[in-house]
Design a protein. Sequence first.
Length: 53
Amino acid sequence: MSTLTRQCGAVGAVVHGFHRDRNEILKLGFPVASFGSYAQDQGPRGKVVDWRV
């Protein structure tokens, strides 16, 4: 998302929550202000229940 956001012209992001992929974001030089980084992915918290409906 940081790469796409930069391509759309953003110079940074402010997140009301935590962000992930900290090392990759640092490598991009894309500033992010958030509560902190957290490595948990969506997998444990959510699931796809239907698509193309």
